[in-house]
Design a protein around this ligand. Structure first.
Ligand code: SF4
Length: 554
């Protein structure tokens, strides 16, 4: 029977109410909703909104949508209302939600493991052109997002996506979100283990499953057997990272409790080695702990990272083993430091079967439907019809014979997609920002694209790997705290004392085994207009003064 306040999961332990009762944890018997989100989730499973969209809302239009569906349950199917056009960032915090809502939606397509076929990409491109005014953004969680979606068109979009094996199920909401996977799973010559079968099994068992559709908040996951640590495993709620166990061979090191936003925390290792076929069970155990013990009183404390921080790795592993898996996990080693600094797989690389994969970069993840259709055509005529999205807002074409590499590179570059990209195009990411996001304070995508162009013009010799992540508000959809230069959107004062768009600067963050958060530079804020000058100054000084082998983050 599905877990819910009325029907606790069979595994849910019955405990006496303790000091955490006030956190709204189901596992200590506290099922009374303590906020509006918990209430609407108790009233009706978010998954059920699909029927209402298909039978009522898409036929009667935007005005017919129940507010609890509009700003709540529709997320369970990847739909968010987008920001009403023309509202400046200064009004974000003071307007009522209905004043910020446009009658159009963002729709997120989940691409588990980042795996796409050319047939799927072509359909994504066609939908973009037909229903989304050409929009299609690559996200840093390997998804693709549309804007300008009308509720009337949603059922037809679902029909077309599902006909080619894609979905928007639980792409947003308090659910198990897309499962990140190594973009070169199954093909990379240096791969430790291919996690794809585990991603497929997790998807089959747990996505769209009512037992896991009412979590305290979102649940982000990642599985990668690449030694390049290419899925930002440290900032996921659960991550399986490829390692060689000295006795048992290849498998995964289990991490839990990572997440950014306003209280960033890096994930912690449980010290456990998990073989490929046991990954789905471990996933079920961890997501069940989150569902049952996760804090539900305050949305700001409802991510798994807060429970992990309170319990610590040792207790978390013990509860996982004793109450959920009913067996002990095998102790295992930590991942090794990756050899490559870049983990985006850009450029031309030989696969283990002798063919090549080619990674390429748009600017800050921005593509469009027409371009996606052309990429699909190129991938079909040059490869075997397989592509991957990356966790850095990039794309990869797989399975290219050596004699076809040059032609594909030429074709991609003709579309404005760089295979041999500058460090700035390679390392700059931007979230959605004020163009469409209701929480945004500043513009990000166009700002990021023009920053790349400016830096390429001003610093043509700069050859150091660098990450510049641009967020439109204090949330961290573009991972500002783990970038070399993290830019948090806010209103700042310009030289004349006027309030204008700008950024709080964080310097020196990183992912990988040297992971850490950037330091907020006290009082350092730049206006959006000053941004190219500021970044040029910082990077120019670093380039002039760096010691041999010194990285920007060190
Ligand atoms: Fe929106 Fe803020 Fe996330 Fe950017 S970081 S997409 S502005 S919520």
């Amino acid at each position: 029977m599905a877990a819910s306040p009325d029907n606790p999961a069979p595994t849910t332990p019955r405990r006496k109410p303790g000091r955490h009762r006030g956190e709204g944890q189901w596992a200590v018997g506290h099922f009374t909703p303590l906020n509006g989100n918990e209430q609407f989730k108790k009233d009706d499973d978010g998954l059920n909104v699909r029927t209402r969209i298909e039978t009522i809302y898409s036929k009667r239009g935007f005005a017919s949508i129940d507010p609890n569906d509009l700003r709540g349950r529709m997320r369970w199917w990847g739909l968010y209302t987008q920001r009403r056009q023309g509202i400046d960032g200064g009004k974000t915090a003071i307007l009522e939600p209905e004043e910020l809502d446009d009658e159009y939606f963002m729709l997120r397509v989940r691409i588990d493991g980042g795996r796409l076929t050319t047939e799927q990409l072509r359909v994504i491109g066609e939908i973009s052109q037909e229903f989304a005014r050409g929009t299609a953004d690559l996200t840093d969680r390997q998804n693709i997002q549309y804007h300008w979606i009308r509720i009337e068109d949603v059922p037809e979009i679902w029909n077309r996506l599902e006909a080619v094996g894609l979905s928007t199920t639980e792409a947003c909401g308090d659910t198990p979100r897309v499962i990140l996977g190594s973009p070169v799973a199954g093909i990379a010559a240096d791969e430790i283990i291919d996690g794809s079968p585990a991603i497929d099994e997790i998807q089959r068992r747990y996505i769209g499953n009512p037992a896991f559709s009412n979590l305290p908040r979102k649940f982000k996951s990642a599985v990668s057997g690449s030694p390049q640590l290419d899925v930002a495993h440290e900032i996921n709620d659960i991550a399986f990272v490829g390692v060689h166990h000295p006795e048992h061979g290849p498998g995964f090191d289990l991490w839990v409790g990572g997440g950014l936003s306003t209280n960033p925390k890096l994930g912690v290792r449980l010290g456990a080695w998990v073989p490929l076929d046991e990954v789905p069970d471990a996933y079920e155990g961890v997501i069940s702990i989150f569902r049952d013990y996760g804090y539900r009183r305050l949305r700001t404390r409802a991510r798994l990272k807060f429970l992990v921080a309170d319990w610590g790795a040792e207790k978390f592993r013990q509860v996982l083993e004793d109450e959920y898996l009913k067996r002990k996990l095998v102790d295992g080693p930590a991942p090794e430091l990756p050899k490559e600094v870049w983990r985006d797989h850009l450029g031309v690389h030989r696969q283990k079967d002798g063919r090549f994969y080619i990674g390429f970069a748009p600017r800050v993840g921005r593509v469009d439907g027409a371009t996606l259709s052309k990429i699909a055509e190129l991938a079909e005529t040059h490869g075997s019809g397989r592509l991957r999205t990356t966790a850095e807002q990039k794309l990869i074409v797989l399975d290219v014979e050596e004699g076809r590499v040059a032609s594909l590179v030429t074709g991609l570059e003709a579309l404005g997609l760089k295979v041999d990209a500058s460090p700035f195009r390679r390392g700059t990411m931007a979230c959605t920002g004020i163009e469409f996001c209701k929480l945004a304070i500043v513009e990000t995508k166009a700002r990021g694209a023009s920053l790349i162009d400016e830096l390429e013009r001003r610093l043509p010799e700069f050859d150091e790997p660098i990450t510049i992540n641009i967020n439109g508000c204090p949330n961290s959809c573009a991972r500002i705290q783990v970038a070399d230069i993290g830019l948090k959107g806010q209103l700042v004062l310009d030289g004349d004392g006027n309030q204008v768009e700008g950024f709080q600067v964080h310097l020196g963050g990183a992912l990988g085994l040297e992971a850490g958060f950037g330091r907020k530079v006290r009082g350092l804020k730049v206006t959006s207009a000053e941004l190219p000058d500021y970044v040029e100054r910082v990077l120019g000084r670093f380039q002039a003064e760096r010691a041999e082998g010194e990285r920007f983050a060190t």
